[in-house]
Design a protein around this ligand. Structure first.
Ligand code: ADP
Ligand code: MG
Length: 324
């Protein structure tokens, strides 16, 4: 029923940034090489994602709006072996149940595409779509029908900051994909595709910051590959926004890593400063669990000690080299 589905939706989409994250992951899953993100009023008035991915047939488009219809989880074993970004099959139905929602999509080979409208979870229109191939998804007036949720939204600029962080995370994780962010009609970022991670970082954070980053050495641990860039004391921030960890290409959060960074940087930084750190970890999928709670992607490593050692070593070594 409508109420139950809105409550469930609240767990998947707690704020505009969560919508943006789910839609970005879907576009990346669809093999898009160009993704545009448009938001108005911090995403509370409008979120629109346009991609050039493989699109959907009419049947798939309608199915994607049915809760769990597309879930790739069939058995308990599946749960521990999730490899694609999306796996719950409930992001689109959840978003559609708490917004004025429009999906327009066309497969490259199709003569015509499909456009679907949903108002607060109710399918209101299905028609042909003549746009170019790929997918456009629009969520307007987020939580217009769930006042209790709407009350929890912060200011537009705070909501936008969270949206921007999701944009940043995915843009760094996928330099070869072109990303554009448009805020209230003005282009905030326009990032051409590149094979050079530093160039992508420069596009997001400016040349000054990118030039002062130090590459991490290739790690010697057999089961953990660590790479990335750190700013050291030269490029610190008063918040953690630019301390980002990617695990097998996905942004994740981890207390283990946070501690390891503090230890690795030890005396090199002042209190309350967070050196820019873009950490890329590659590990066998069996060696960690990702918390499936949708609000956060928190990772638990089976061998936290090894991770900690690898990260501390990489960071400390880089800092020592820079200061000697
Ligand atoms: P999940 O990603 O967990 O499968 P979602 O609700 O996020 O669930 O998406 C449902 C399905 O809709 C996806 O599995 C995919 O088949 C399809 N889909 C969603 N977004 C896109 C997109 N941008 N391009 C192509 N297919 C999409
Ligand atoms: Mg998804």
């Amino acid at each position: 029923d409508a109420l139950a589905s809105q409550v469930a939706a609240g767990e998947v989409v707690e704020r505009p940034a969560a919508v943006v994250r789910e839609l970005l992951e879907n576009s990346l899953d669809a093999g898009a090489t160009h993704i545009e993100v448009h938001v108005q009023r911090g995403g509370t008035a409008l979120i629109r994602i346009v991609d050039n991915g493989h699109g959907m047939s009419r049947e798939d488009a309608l199915m994607s709006l049915e809760r769990h219809a597309t879930s790739k989880i069939r058995t308990k074993e599946d749960l521990s072996a999730i490899h694609t970004f999306g796996f719950r099959g409930e992001a689109l139905p959840s978003i559609a149940s708490v917004s004025r929602f429009r999906l327009a999509t066309r497969e490259a080979s199709a003569i015509s595409g499909t456009e679907v409208e949903v108002q607060g979870g109710r399918l209101t229109d299905v028609r042909d779509y003549g746009g170019s191939h790929g997918t456009v998804i629009e969520a307007r007036s987020l939580f217009y029908n769930v006042p209790a949720r709407r009350k929890f939204l912060r200011t537009e600029s705070t909501e936008f900051a969270h949206v921007e962080q999701q944009f940043r995370l995915h843009a760094i994780a996928h330099p070869s994909v072109a990303f554009t962010l448009v805020r209230d009609g003005a282009v905030t970022f326009h990032l051409p595709p590149t094979s050079d991670l530093l160039e992508r970082i420069e596009g997001l954070c400016g040349r000054d910051l990118a030039r002062r980053l130090l590459p991490l050495p290739t790690s010697t641990h057999p089961s953990i590959k660590v790479s990335g860039y750190i700013g050291g004391a030269a490029v610190s921030r008063p918040n953690r926004q630019m301390q980002i960890t990617f695990l097998n290409g996905r942004p994740v959060e981890s207390p283990t890593i946070a501690y390891a960074l503090r230890e690795g940087y030890h005396n090199a930084i002042m209190k309350g400063q967070y050196p820019v750190t873009l950490l890329f970890l590659e590990m066998a999928p069996e060696s960690f669990d990702i918390n499936v709670h949708p609000a956060k992607k928190e990772v638990r490593f089976h061998d936290g000690h090894a991770i900690r050692e690898a990260v501390v070593e990489a960071v400390a070594q880089t800092i020592n080299q820079a200061t000697t």
